[in-house]
Structures are given as structure tokens and as C-alpha cells.
Design a protein around this ligand. Structure first.
Ligand SMILES: Cc1cc2nc3c(=O)[nH]c(=O)nc-3n(C[C@H](O)[C@H](O)[C@H](O)COP(=O)(O)O)c2cc1C
Length: 315
């Protein structure tokens, strides 16, 4: 049997809730815009799915500059959820996203539960999208600064209410790593009705300008992403898979520092059914395709017929 025959026999498809993805590779929210920014650089039709930048009920200008700073093996960002808001998103980018041949997940954020519900309700009726990814790492103003993603009760309430208004859509809860025990929030999200979990979002950090003795970012702190966070993310995926999501048969979308197929394979072996590529796309958009091809080549090389065989196969 030659290599071409091997390649044809590899099944890369995965299920995220009721949605079938042709392969496990997705974009990471906030790093690939609303698709049109990337389409000249990558054949987006080859992706497993496209995940948009966070959308909020109202337009947001985001934080003051400086909003990003490079660190050793990572990027610290405090964009502050800058986005065009729900109405402009529906009028503009959604039309382009509708023409995409791959499933689209819209990432939703908000300051209050009502904000999330308003966006989720409006999008639940749109056939253009396969599902919602709720970003639960934003401050909950009504609850006095507690973040949705760190308090399991608030998280469960949010997921449960979004579940109700978007019953027809696949619901992904995107978890923050800025917690003591991520299995607690993972369990809360699953019990409240999430179809899938995506982890991890960025890790809170700070860079100090020693000459000015000030934080480099105007927001003081930011979220760390890129290769620096990969071992933390793989560990969290492995724990959540083993203790919560695996037994509940809820798929995990693993992300955090994936830049090549080997990185993605670590996540899949640790328990992720799919992966997201974020910071790497900012400097190398074709990384998305390289990851797909590399996973396929690995499976063929190891005589495996499907990516499903590899999920959670850590010895
Ligand atoms: C510039 C930038 C903007 C981001 N914006 C969002 C966002 O709007 N919503 C969200 O859920 N995650 C956002 N993220 C987090 C990523 O989706 C991802 O969870 C994180 O960066 C880890 O993956 P990576 O190391 O591959 O980038 C953003 C990350 C970066 C670097």
C-alpha cells in the first residue's frame, strides 16, 4: 500500500455536539477576525470550523493603546473585546460567513447575563451559524467584578440561560485558566447544558517597562497566549478530559500555543476532540492548514484510520 492510499483512508472528521466537522482544526476567537481578514492568505474552506472574534450587544472600542506586547514565547494582549457590536455584525460579516462552506461558531461576550442573552437570542435564529461559543472570561459588572468564568454558580446560570434561548444551536463554553481548579468550572458548564468545552483562554499577566516603571499595557494587565502557555493548556485539557468531559462524553476544543501539528497532536492525545489555532495565525496564517495536513500525516504514519482513535489515547 502506498502513502496516497494510506492518506485516503484517514478519517479526520469529528463531532462537536450535533455538528460534524470535516477535520478537527478551528480558528481561535479574536485572532482571525470575521474571516474576510484572512481569506487572501488561507483557504478557509479547508478548516474544520471558523470561530469569530467575540461579539457583544453594543459596539466596543476596546482598551486604550498599548494593547499588545510580545513576551518570551508569548503575546500579552488587552484588546478589551473591541468589536462592531451585534447589529453591525449581522448586517456585515455574517453575510460573508454565510457563504463559507465550513461550520461557523460565533463567539459571544458580555458584561451582564442580559447582554449574553440578547446576543444569543438574536443569533439563535440565524441559519448561517452552527453554534455559539460563549466567552466567560469577562467582568460581570452587575455582580461587582466577579468574572463569569471563575464562579461556578454564575457560570452555570449563564450557560443554562443561553442554552434555553439558543436550544437549536451547538453551545460551546470557553473556559478561563485563571481559576484554582478548572474541573469545577468545566463540570458546572457541562451540567448546565454545554455541548462542548473550549479551553483555554489566555492567562493573566503583566509586563513592566522598567525605565518608566509602569506596566507596558495601558490596561496594566493582559492575557498571555502563544507557545508559553501550551504546557498549561495541555495539562488542563488532560485533567478536564479524564475527570469530567471524557466520562460525560462532552468534546473538548483544545487551544493555547498551537503553532504546528505536533502541538495539536499533544492536545488531541491528552483528550481534545478538536483544536484551535490562535496567536500562531497572526504571524503565519498557513499554520491552520499545516496543522490539518500534519495531523493527517501522523495518523497515516501510525496506521490509524481516524482521528477519533487518537483522542484521549494518552498512556
Ligand atoms: C489578540 C488576541 C485576541 C483575542 N480575542 C479573543 C476574543 O475576542 N474572545 C475569546 O474568547 N478569546 C480571545 N482570545 C483568546 C484566544 O482565542 C485563545 O483562547 C488564546 O489566545 C490561546 O490560544 P493561542 O495561544 O493559540 O492564541 C484572543 C487572543 C489574542 C491573542
Amino acid at each position: 500500500m502506498n502513502a496516497d492510499n494510506d492518506k485516503k483512508q484517514v478519517d479526520l472528521s469529528v463531532n462537536i455536539g450535533k455538528v460534524r466537522l470535516a477535520n478537527p482544526v478551528m480558528t481561535a476567537s479574536g485572532t482571525c477576525g470575521y474571516a474576510y481578514e484572512l481569506r487572501d492568505f488561507v483557504d478557509l474552506g479547508r478548516l474544520g470550523a471558523f470561530v469569530t472574534k467575540s461579539i457583544t450587544r453594543e459596539e466596543r472600542v476596546g482598551n486604550a493603546p498599548q494593547r499588545t506586547v510580545e513576551t518570551a514565547s508569548g503575546l500579552l494582549n488587552a484588546i478589551g473585546l473591541a468589536n462592531m457590536g451585534l447589529d453591525k455584525f449581522i448586517e456585515g460579516p455574517l453575510a460573508l460567513l454565510a457563504r463559507m462552506s465550513v461550520p461557523v461558531f460565533v463567539n459571544v461576550a458580555g458584561k451582564t447575563v442580559d447582554d449574553y442573552i440578547a446576543v444569543a437570542e438574536a443569533l439563535a435564529g440565524r441559519d448561517e451559524i452552527a453554534g455559539l461559543e460563549i466567552n466567560v472570561s469577562c467582568p460581570n459588572v452587575k455582580e461587582g467584578g466577579i468574572t463569569f468564568g471563575t464562579d461556578p454558580k454564575i457560570l452555570a446560570d449563564l450557560v443554562g440561560r443561553v442554552r434555553q434561548v439558543a436550544a437549536n444551536k451547538v453551545l460551546i463554553a470557553k473556559l478561563t485558566p485563571n481559576v484554582t481548579d478548572i474541573t469545577v468550572t468545566a463540570r458546572a458548564a457541562i451540567d448546565a447544558g454545554a455541548d462542548a468545552l473550549s479551553l483555554i483562554n489566555t492567562l493573566t499577566g503583566m509586563v513592566v517597562d522598567v525605565e518608566r516603571r509602569r506596566p507596558v499595557l495601558a490596561n496594566r494587565t493582559g492575557g498571555l497566549s502563544g507557545p508559553a502557555i501550551k504546557p498549561v493548556a495541555v495539562h488542563m485539557v488532560e485533567r478536564v478530559y479524564r475527570e469530567v468531559a471524557g466520562p460525560a462524553k462532552v468534546p473538548i476544543i483544545g487551544l493555547g500555543g498551537i503553532a504546528c501539528a505536533l502541538d495539536a497532536l499533544e492536545f488531541i492525545i491528552a483528550g481534545a476532540s478538536a483544536v484551535g489555532v490562535g496567536t500562531a495565525v497572526l504571524t503565519n496564517p498557513p499554520a491552520l492548514i499545516e496543522v490539518i495536513e500534519g495531523i493527517e500525516a501522523y495518523l497515516a504514519r501510525h496506521g490509524m484510520s481516524s482521528v477519533a482513535e487518537l483522542v484521549g489515547s494518552l498512556q
